[in-house]
Design a binder for this molecule. Structure first.
Ligand SMILES: *Cc1c(COP(=O)(O)O)cnc(C)c1O
Length: 360
C-alpha cells in the first residue's frame, strides 16, 4: 500500500449532498446541495453554446471581459479580480498561497465543510471556533484564538449551514483588531439572498481593510453550480499569490461566457432570487408554526437544530422522497427549492412530531 502523507490521512472526505432515495417511488426532491431550482436562463445557455465551438483552444486565462465587468461593478481595478473553478478552488488557492505547515487557519465551526479539507490539504492546522448557542460566529473567541501562527481567517456570512449572518459593524470592529498581516477571507457565497440591512457587506469592508478578500460564486444565486465559476476580490499582492498557485486554464471559455451573460441578465436573475427569498420566508413561517426548531436564515437554505433527533428526522425525510443534508447530532440543512419541492418538504414535516418530547 502506498501511504498517504500524515496530514492527508486525517482529512475527512467531502460529502456531496445525496441525490437518490432507496425504496421510494414518488417524486424525489433534492434539497441537499443549496442548488438553485431554476434552469439556466436561455440567454446564458446560448452564450455557453456559442463558446462550445471554440473548445479546441485553451481558454483565455485572464478572463478579460468578465474581469472588466466585475471590476466596474465593484469599483476596483482589473488586477483585484481573480477567478477559479468554483469559489472553493479560489479558497483553496488562498490557503495554499498563504498558509502551510506550522501555520493556523481560523474559522467558525460548524461552517462550510470545505474549510477543514482545504486547510489540511495545504498542511496547515485548522483552529475551529464553535458558533455561539444561537448559531452565530463568535468573533471575540475568534479574535482570542489568533496567535503568531495565524495566517488566514475565514468568515462565512451568511454561514453555511446555519444561515446566520455576521453584523456589518460587528465584523468591522473585528477587522479593526485583526493584525494586518493576517488575511481575512469573507466568504459571501450566499450574499445575494441576504436582505438583512445590518448584515455584513464584504465589499464595503474590503475597501476599508487591506487584508480582506471577498469570495463570490456563480453557483448559488446565479444558478450555475455545475459550471464551476467563482471569484475573489482581493488586493493585487494577494491576487499575485493566488495566481501563482492556480491550476492553469481552470476557468473555461464556456464558464467565462456564462458569467458575462449572467451579469447581463441580472434583472431576470433577481426576480428568481426574490421568489426564493419569499419561499424561504414561507417555509420558515410554516415550520415555526409546526414547532420545528428553525432559525431565520439569510441564505437559500434553512437549518433545523435537531440535535440528537437529526438522524431520525433525516431518515423520515429520506424515506418520503426529500433529500436534505444531515449533520449527525447537530441538525439538518434544507435547501429552498421550487414551490413544489418546498410544499413536499412541508407536507412531510407536518406528519411527524416536531418536538423532541413528542417523539415516538
Ligand atoms: C457553495 C459554497 C461555496 C462555493 O462553491 P463553488 O460552487 O465552488 O463556487 C463557497 N463557500 C460556501 C460557504 C458555500 O456554501
Amino acid at each position: 500500500m502506498i501511504e498517504q502523507r500524515p496530514h492527508i490521512q486525517v482529512i475527512p472526505g467531502y460529502k456531496p449532498g445525496k441525490s437518490t432515495v432507496d425504496g421510494w417511488d414518488g417524486p424525489v426532491h433534492k434539497l441537499s446541495s443549496n442548488e438553485n431550482p431554476y434552469l439556466p436562463l436561455p440567454s446564458v445557455i446560448e452564450a455557453m453554446a456559442e463558446a462550445v465551438g471554440n473548445m479546441h483552444r485553451y481558454p483565455n486565462m485572464d478572463a478579460p471581459e468578465l474581469t472588466r465587468l466585475l471590476a466596474q461593478r465593484y469599483g476596483v481595478t482589473d488586477g483585484e479580480v481573480a477567478f477559479g473553478c468554483g469559489s472553493v478552488e479560489v479558497a483553496a488557492q488562498l490557503i495554499r498561497a498563504f498558509a502551510g505547515a506550522g501555520d493556523e487557519v481560523i474559522y467558525a465551526w460548524r461552517s462550510f465543510e470545505a474549510y477543514p479539507i482545504l486547510t489540511r490539504s495545504a498542511g496547515a492546522t485548522p483552529r475551529e471556533i464553535p458558533l455561539t448557542p444561537d448559531l452565530h460566529h463568535d468573533l471575540p473567541a475568534m479574535l482570542a484564538a489568533i496567535t503568531d501562527k495565524t495566517r488566514v481567517i475565514f468568515v462565512c456570512t451568511p454561514n453555511n449551514p446555519t444561515g446566520t449572518v455576521v453584523g456589518h459593524e460587528e465584523l468591522r470592529a473585528f477587522l479593526a483588531k485583526v493584525p494586518s498581516r493576517i488575511l481575512v477571507v469573507v466568504d459571501e457565497a450566499y450574499v445575494h439572498f441576504q436582505d438583512d440591512p445590518n448584515a455584513a457587506r464584504g465589499i464595503d469592508l474590503y475597501r476599508e481593510f487591506e487584508n480582506v478578500a471577498v469570495l463570490h460564486t456563480f453557483s448559488k444565486a446565479y444558478g450555475l453550480a455545475g459550471l464551476r465559476l467563482g471569484y475573489a476580490i482581493a488586493r493585487p499582492d494577494v491576487q499575485d499569490g493566488l495566481r501563482k498557485v492556480a491550476m492553469p486554464f481552470a476557468v473555461t471559455d464556456i464558464a467565462q461566457a456564462a458569467g458575462v451573460a449572467s451579469l447581463a441578465a441580472e434583472d431576470e436573475l433577481r426576480e428568481r432570487i426574490d421568489v426564493l427569498i419569499a419561499e424561504r420566508a414561507r417555509v420558515t413561517a410554516e415550520l415555526q408554526r409546526m414547532g420545528w426548531p428553525i432559525n431565520p436564515s439569510q441564505a437559500n437554505f434553512v437549518w433545523l437544530q435537531l440535535d440528537e433527533r437529526t438522524d431520525e428526522v433525516q431518515a423520515y425525510l429520506n424515506s418520503h422522497g426529500v433529500i436534505a443534508r444531515p449533520f449527525t447530532g447537530e441538525g439538518i440543512r434544507i435547501t429552498i427549492g421550487s414551490r413544489e419541492a418546498n410544499d413536499a418538504l412541508l407536507a412531510v414535516l407536518a406528519q411527524i412530531p416536531s418536538s423532541v418530547g413528542e417523539a415516538e
